[in-house]
Ligand binder design. Structure first.
Ligand SMILES: Cc1cc2nc3c(=O)[nH]c(=O)nc-3n(C[C@H](O)[C@H](O)[C@H](O)COP(=O)(O)OP(=O)(O)OC[C@H]3O[C@@H](n4cnc5c(N)ncnc54)[C@H](O)[C@@H]3O)c2cc1C
Length: 372
């Protein structure tokens, strides 16, 4: 029957595409429905950084490891460019270095490498050796240009796996085998809903029970600094934002030190991630402000806090080429997975890590819905 599918996926962000991929790889007939003409939410506004080191030990770390494997498979299969690999955390304070040393000696530190300031600066051109006292290099991270990779992945799913995309179409009601949309009824045996931080269109009462918030982030693109980034770069403040680091006992002393020295940055959830694009420009961020209704306005003061972190490590700040905000769902737990019905799953990443864990989650959900 026309318009009859094994699986309908609501949302064409990275989570929706990850579920479509997992289902399509099993030979299922899949439709992806999104009210936007193309993915336009968090999934294309992010750093495109697949983070493994620093994920919370347990399910998040496991999902990130599996997702990384899938990104690497897709790099070949779907010709998705990996722009750089690995991550350097540049330690500026003794408390940060102590945390990194403790992490290195723990369960997930074995394949990371502690660096002296000289080694870190030698590895990363542009980094001011005098601004740091050491660092930790993780070999696992991957960086993709999300705004290019998401459309390419969608084309790959359509061409290689016959996934059907219905864009510019809102899903209004789900009762398999019927999915009601703004463009008529779609037939699907099962449905996965990946609505990102839209809490009100589908299952609002169920979502409300999970106590979600939304988180707004500010991001900047800087002109090519004239050096090539060896890997992604993070700073001391980042160690408090990733549970895998923040849960190390040494994090307490770092938090106290940063509260004294970088109170405004902490209050605005600012930390530093720097990644590089193919044209040499840098994507730099970010900040974190929470609420249910987020204002759409970027704050210059917050941008300056981010740029100050950059200046501390690199000395000079290249011209700002672009600024944008993004938002994602946030909650105490890393992921919301719920079953409004036996044949429907709701999946929302609530820890700002969907590019890092989405593919692994997709596989788990599809196995749960369709069996081994
Ligand atoms: C600035 C920023 C930086 C980030 N950096 C990183 C990073 O480097 N690494 C990382 O792992 N994570 C990062 N994240 C988090 C990551 O981007 C998100 O976790 C992920 O993109 C969420 O994907 P999603 O598909 O669930 O949501 P979205 O990308 O928000 O997609 C949801 C889609 O669902 C559609 N939709 C919703 N409801 C309906 C409906 N009823 N009918 C039809 N369509 C509907 C929307 O139109 C939308 O396209 C970052 C996030 C931001 C904002």
């Amino acid at each position: 029957m026309k318009d009859s599918f094994d699986l309908a996926v609501v949302g064409s962000g990275i989570l929706g595409l990850a579920h479509a991929l997992a289902a399509a790889r099993r030979g299922l007939h899949v439709v992806v429905i999104d009210r936007d003409q193309k993915a336009n939410g968090a999934s294309i506004r992010n750093f495109g950084l697949v983070v493994v080191t620093g994920q919370e030990p347990g399910p998040s770390r496991r999902l990130a490891e599996r997702s990384r494997e899938i990104w690497l498979e897709l790099a070949d299969e779907a010709r998705l460019d990996i722009l750089h690999r690995g991550k350097l955390i540049a330690a500026q304070r003794p408390e940060a270095l102590a945390l990194l040393e403790a992490f290195k000696s723990g369960e997930h530190g074995a394949e990371c490498k502690l660096l002296t300031a000289r080694e870190a600066a030698a590895q990363q051109a542009g980094l001011d050796e005098k601004a740091i006292i050491g660092g930790l290099y993780s070999p696992f991270e991957l960086r993709v240009e999300s705004r290019e990779v998401l459309p390419r992945l969608a084309s790959f799913l359509a061409q290689k796996h016959g996934v059907v995309f219905r864009t510019g179409v809102s899903v209004t009601e789900i009762a398999p085998p019927f999915v009601e949309t703004s463009a008529g009824r779609v037939h699907a045996r099962k449905v996965v809903v990946c609505p990102g931080d839209d809490f009100s269109s589908l299952y609002p009462n169920l979502i409300a029970r999970h106590g979600l918030q939304r988180c707004k982030l500010q991001m900047l693109r800087l002109a090519d600094p004239g050096f090539k980034l060896h890997s992604a770069l993070m700073s001391d403040l980042s160690l408090l934002r990733y549970v895998g680091f923040a849960s190390v006992p040494e994090a307490g002393a770092l938090r106290q030190k940063l509260t004294e020295e970088r109170g405004a940055a902490l209050a605005n959830g600012v930390h530093l991630i720097v990644v590089q694009s193919a044209d040499g420009s840098l994507v730099v961020g970010d900040s974190h402000h929470y609420g249910l209704s987020l204002d759409p306005f970027g704050s210059e003061a917050v941008d300056q806090l981010i740029l100050n972190e950059f200046r501390t490590l690199f000395g000079k700040v290249p011209d700002v080429l672009a600024r944008w905000t993004g938002s994602y769902a946030s909650a105490k737990n890393a992921v919301l997975r719920d079953s409004p019905r036996d044949d429907v799953r709701l999946v929302i990443v609530t820890s700002g890590t969907g590019a890092s864990t989405g593919f692994g989650l997709g596989e788990e959900t599809i196995t749960e819905l369709f069996g081994q």
